[in-house]
Design a protein around this ligand. Structure first.
Ligand SMILES: Cc1ncc(C[n+]2csc(CCOP(=O)(O)OP(=O)(O)O)c2C)c(N)n1
Ligand SMILES: [Mg+2]
Length: 516
């Protein structure tokens, strides 16, 4: 047995079962190990941003890490944007990056770079294996670090000679995983009295508070004291659909968000931090909490806010069960209406199976779909936590692996989809249950709004060229087919509805181009 094999066995013992890979020569012993050892599924991705995005989607749905296997600094660099989204989602990821053998590094061969330096900004922990005997211990440490208690990306740099060594390989048993920090009874009691004394309180929810149990308890708290429930604009995962408590999603636009929050005199922060504007704008404030409002923390993303919310509801003598909406009926739609994101939302509300998973990378269009599915079939909605577009199709790869019996959707802007469309090939190769919707407005539409909002003036011809995607128009049917995914185009509400029903019946991944 060489060390790479002992490392794979150690990872499996910690519950790491999937590896999203794009390997090279320095990772060949890991590749061989994945071949020899049963219990770790390896999934080839054609671009590292797909591998890291898939690991993010997997972690959000499985609640545990997958690992990646990337090729030195350049491979890790290609994966950074989606590692950033994972870090901002507090999603546990074990990011394994191969490096040159230790003796080879001083020779400064072409692929030599500062691998730790590349990984550091998007990781909560970076470790480099210094000797073959440490390989499994470091892998175990990386898994532990990914669980935090502040969960996130743990990057492990693995020199080739450490991986290929066959001296004293060690397989380590399952270790206790770090749990989220408990919230003290004092904090719970303090929040209860603050909420009772406030005139217009908001319970502000993020991360694990937006999973089903957290929302249920938050709903009970709200009923006990009349608080409003508001969630971060971009949460890692929110449980939605009929029979679930549904907080207000804070508006993306700072001015509108401030309008939504302005009456509040107390913000109880649950699993997140107080809201800030996504960007700075001339003459606009960054912090969105109303001046004079009291801000108190039930807990941060590192705390077990689900248990704390349940305790808070009990302390406040809340009703045993929160009031929830029944499944809503979709409105009648004229099938000849030109397609827009709202009609896509209505079709999803009508046809998506219960317990679907929606990976939202559809900047302006996603905002148009979101309200429609609120009381539709139950689903999990995964947001663009780090604002780094190109997450949707890769995340869907990971979500489909974590939840093979659930229908997964990737909602993508046409701009966003063009970053990581290689994910389609992996979806096809793995025959995944994914429906990709590409919103073809042939534009970086949101940037048109942003140009105006930052006060940069009217777009001239050069600016227009940078914001428009219509010359040439991407042919998403051909692109999808080129990667082995069946695709069709819809231009009206009726065509989309038919396309969605057909996609749901079909085997394997599908892509619908929503011409809007
Ligand atoms: C990695 C990364 N690069 C660039 C950006 C800047 N950016 C934000 S939105 C956007 C365009 C989005 O276009 P599209 O996905 O088509 O959505 P639309 O605005 O048309 O709804 C760009 C380039 C970003 N957020 N992330
Ligand atoms: Mg677009």
């Amino acid at each position: 047995m060489f060390a790479a094999e002992s490392m794979v066995r150690t990872l499996i013992n910690q519950g790491v079962e999937v590896c999203f890979t794009n390997p090279g020569t320095s990772e060949m012993h890991m590749v061989a190990a994945l071949d020899r050892v049963e219990g770790m599924k390896s999934v080839l991705c054609l671009f590292e941003g797909v591998a890291t995005g898939a690991a993010d989607g997997y972690a959000r749905m499985a609640g545990k890490p997958a690992c990646t296997l990337l090729h030195l600094g350049p491979g890790a660099g290609n994966g950074l944007a989606n590692l950033h989204n994972a870090r901002r989602a507090f999603a546990p990821v074990v990011n394994i990056v191969g490096d040159h053998a230790i003796d080879h590094r001083p020779l400064d061969a072409p692929l030599t770079s500062d691998v730790e330096g590349v990984c550091a900004p998007m990781s909560r922990w970076v470790g480099t294996v210094k000797s073959a005997k440490d390989v499994s211990a470091m892998a175990l440490e990386a898994v532990q670090q990914s669980y935090g208690p502040e969960r996130g990306v743990a990057s492990l740099v693995l020199p080739a000679d450490c991986a290929w060594s066959d001296k004293e390989p060690q397989v380590l048993d399952a270790a206790q995983k770090p749990a989220l920090n408990p919230v003290s009874a004092d904090t719970v009691n303090q929040m209860a009295s603050a909420l009772k004394n406030a005139k217009s309180p908001i319970v502000y929810l993020g991360t694990t508070a937006c999973l089903e149990d957290g929302l249920e308890a938050a709903g009970r708290v709200a009923e006990a004291c009349g608080a409003r429930l508001v969630m971060d604009t971009f949460v890692p995962r929110i449980a939605r659909g009929h029979g679930r408590v549904s907080p207000t999603r804070l508006n993306y636009f700072g001015a509108m968000a401030m309008e939504e929050l302005k009456e509040c005199d107390l913000m109880v922060i649950v699993g997140t931090k107080p809201p800030v504007s996504f960007f700075a704008y001339p003459d606009a404030v960054g912090e969105l909490t109303p001046e004079g409002a009291d801000v108190q923390y039930l807990g941060t993303p590192s705390d077990d806010v689900t248990t704390a919310l349940i305790q808070l509801a009990d302390v406040m003598d809340a009703p045993k069960e929160a009031t929830k909406a029944d499944r809503a009926q979709a409105p009648d739609v004229n099938p000849d209406e030109p397609l827009n994101p709202g009609y896509v939302g209505i079709s999803l509300m009508k046809h998506m199976p219960e317990d679907s998973v929606i990976c939202d990378d559809a900047t302006t269009s996603g905002m148009g779909v979101f309200p429609w599915t609120e009381n539709g079939p139950r689903h999990d909605w995964l947001c663009l936590t780090g604002g780094s577009i190109g997450s949707g199709m890769p995340q869907a790869v990971g979500a489909a692996l974590a939840c093979p019996d659930q229908q997964v959707f990737a909602l993508c802007g046409d701009g966003a989809a063009a970053y990581t469309l290689q994910a389609l090939w992996t979806q096809a190769r793995e025959n995944q249950n994914v429906i990709n919707v590409v919103f073809a407005n042939h534009s970086y539409l949101v940037l048109n709004f942003e140009l105006d909002r930052v006060g940069a003036g009217e777009p001239g011809p050069a600016a227009q060229q940078m914001l428009s995607l219509d010359n040439p128009k991407m042919d998403w049917v051909k692109l999808a087919e080129g990667f082995g995914v069946s695709a069709c185009r819809a231009t009206t509400a009726g065509e989309f509805d038919d396309a969605l029903m057909a996609a749901l019946k079909a085997e394997g991944p599908q892509l619908i181009v929503a011409e809007i």
